[in-house]
Design a protein around this ligand. Structure first.
Ligand code: AMP
Length: 405
C-alpha cells in the first residue's frame, strides 16, 4: 500500500509517499516560499534531488505541481489514501479520522484555537479532495495523543467559564511524534502492552515538548492551549510569568499581542543567546567562549531536566527517558547535560553510547535500570500508518465523522 502524506503550513507544503508496511519513503519533498517570487518545489527520489521553480505559486498551484511530480515519477496511480497533518483538534478530535464535510467543519471550528496552522491544514485537505477525487483523506491531529490526559493535568486554575465557554485548557502538541517514539521505545524495551510502563518522551527540535506516557497513553505534557507553554525552545520562551506580558507591554508601550509575538519568535535560545536559535551553532559558540550561548544551553537543559523530574512524578515510576527531534537525536552535549541532572531519577549516562547516539545498543545511552534512549522520530510514517488503518478498515473512526468506517 502507498500513502501520500501532506503537511500544509502557511507558506509551505511538505509531502511524501510512504509504504506504511515497510516504512519506505518512495519520494519526499517540500514546496516552500508559497505566495512569494522565490516559490519552488524540491523533492528527492532514490537519493536524487530535483527542483522546479513555481514563481508566486499559492497552495493550489503547489499541490497541482506535486500531482504532476507524482505522475512523472509514476507514483500517483498506486495511492490508497492521503494522510494530512492537522495541528489543532480541539476537544473533539481524540484520534485520527476519515475526512468528510463534517470533519472539515470540525477542523474549521478549531481555527480560533490554532489560528496559524489549522487554516492552511484545512486548505490542503480541501485542495487534495478536489485534486485526488475518489481517494480517501485522513486527518491526523497533533493534539489527539494528549486527549487521554486527566483533568488534573489539562485544567488551568483559571475562571471556570473560560474553560466551559471558550475551551481554555491544556491540549499539548507534537502528539504524533510522542506516540511514534513511545511505541518504538516500548517495543525496543520489550514493554509493549504493559499497563504499568512509564516513559517520559522529549521531542527537542526547533519546537520542544515532553510527555509522560503511562501504559502507552499520555497522562501529561508540557505544551498547553498553544505551543508556547512549557520548555525553552528555539525561538519560543516556554513558561513565563503571564503577568510579564502586561508589564512589558506597558514598559515598551506596545500591544500585548506584540509581546506574545516576541515570546513566540524572538525568545528561547535565540533570545537568551542573542545570536542563534540553532543548537549546533550555540554549542560551537559556547565551546569558543561565548558566554551568552553557554547560558542559553544551560537554561535549556536545566528547565528540561526539571520538567522531566516533574513528569516522572506524574508517572510514579520510570522505565525510560526518550530523546527525539533534531536536538534530542543529535546533540551529545545536550543529552549529556540533561542526564547529569537526572541522576536523582536513577539515570546513569554511558558517555561512549551517548557519543554514538546509542546506535549499537538499540538507542540506549545509559547503563542503569532506568534507561535514557535516543529514538529518531518519524511523524510522516505515523500519519501513513494511521491513514492505512482507516483506509484499509483495520482501524475505526469511532464516530468522529459521519462516515461508516
Ligand atoms: P528539528 O526542528 O527537529 O528539525 O530540529 C532542529 C534543531 O535540531 C536545531 O536547533 C538544530 O540545531 C538541532 N540539531 C540538528 N542537528 C544537530 C546536531 N548535530 N547537534 C546539535 N543540534 C542539532
Amino acid at each position: 500500500m502507498r500513502i501520500l502524506v501532506l503537511n500544509c503550513g502557511s507558506s509551505s507544503a511538505k509531502f511524501a509517499v510512504i509504504d506504511p508496511g515497510t516504512g519506505a519513503e518512495l519520494v519526499s519533498g517540500l514546496a516552500e516560499r508559497l505566495g512569494q517570487d522565490g516559490a519552488r518545489l524540491v523533492w528527492k527520489r532514490d537519493g536524487v534531488k530535483k527542483e522546479r521553480t513555481i514563481p508566486g505559486a499559492d497552495h493550489d498551484r503547489a499541490l497541482r505541481t506535486i500531482v504532476q511530480v507524482l505522475d512523472d515519477e509514476g507514483l500517483r496511480a498506486g495511492l490508497a489514501g492521503i494522510g494530512h497533518r492537522v495541528v489543532h483538534g480541539g476537544p473533539r478530535f481524540t484520534a485520527s479520522c476519515l475526512v468528510d464535510a463534517e470533519v472539515e467543519a470540525g477542523i474549521e471550528a478549531c481555527f480560533p484555537l490554532g489560528p496559524l496552522h489549522n487554516p492552511p491544514n484545512l486548505l490542503g485537505i480541501r485542495i487534495a479532495r478536489e485534486l485526488f477525487a475518489g481517494l480517501p483523506n485522513v486527518a491526523v491531529f497533533d493534539t489527539a495523543f494528549h486527549s487521554t490526559m486527566p483533568e488534573r493535568a489539562y485544567l488551568y486554575a483559571v475562571p471556570w467559564a473560560w474553560y466551559e465557554q471558550h475551551q481554555v485548557r491544556r491540549y499539548g502538541f507534537h502528539g504524533t511524534s510522542h506516540r511514534f517514539v513511545a511505541e518504538e521505545a516500548l517495543s525496543r524495551l520489550g514493554l509493549q502492552g504493559r499497563a504499568d510502563s512509564a516513559l517520559v518522551t522529549a521531542h527537542l527540535g526547533n519546537g520542544c515538548s515532553a510527555a509522560a506516557i503511562h501504559g502507552g497513553r499520555c497522562i501529561d505534557t508540557t505544551m498547553g492551549l498553544t505551543p508556547l507553554e512549557g520548555l525553552v525552545m528555539g525561538t519560543r520562551s516556554g513558561d513565563v510569568d503571564p503577568a510579564l506580558i502586561g508589564y512589558v507591554a506597558g514598559r515598551l508601550d506596545i500591544p500585548a499581542t506584540q509581546v506574545i509575538d516576541a515570546l513566540n519568535k524572538q525568545s528561547g535560545l535565540l533570545g537568551l543567546s542573542g545570536s542563534s536559535n540553532d543548537m549546533r551553532t550555540l554549542v560551537e559558540k559556547a565551546d569558543g567562549g561565548d558566554r551568552r550561548a553557554a547560558l542559553a544551553i544551560e537554561v535549556f537543559c536545566y528547565r528540561l531536566a526539571k520538567t522531566i523530574g516533574g513528569l516522572a512524578t506524574a508517572l510514579g515510576r520510570l522505565d525510560a527517558v526518550v530523546f527525539t527531534g533534531g536536538i534530542g537525536e543529535n546533540s551529545v552535549a545536550v543529552r549529556s547535560r540533561v542526564c547529569a541532572l537526572l541522576g536523582i531519577l536513577g539515570i546513569q549516562l554511558d558517555p561512549a553510547r551517548n557519543a554514538e547516539h546509542g546506535r549499537s545498543a538499540g538507542g540506549v545511552i545509559s547503563s542503569g535500570a532506568v534507561r535514557a534512549m535516543v529514538v529518531p522520530t518519524n511523524e510522516e510514517l505515523m500519519i501513513a500508518r494511521d491513514t492505512a488503518g482507516l483506509v484499509g478498515g483495520t482501524a475505526a473512526c469511532a464516530g468522529r465523522c459521519s462516515c461508516t468506517a
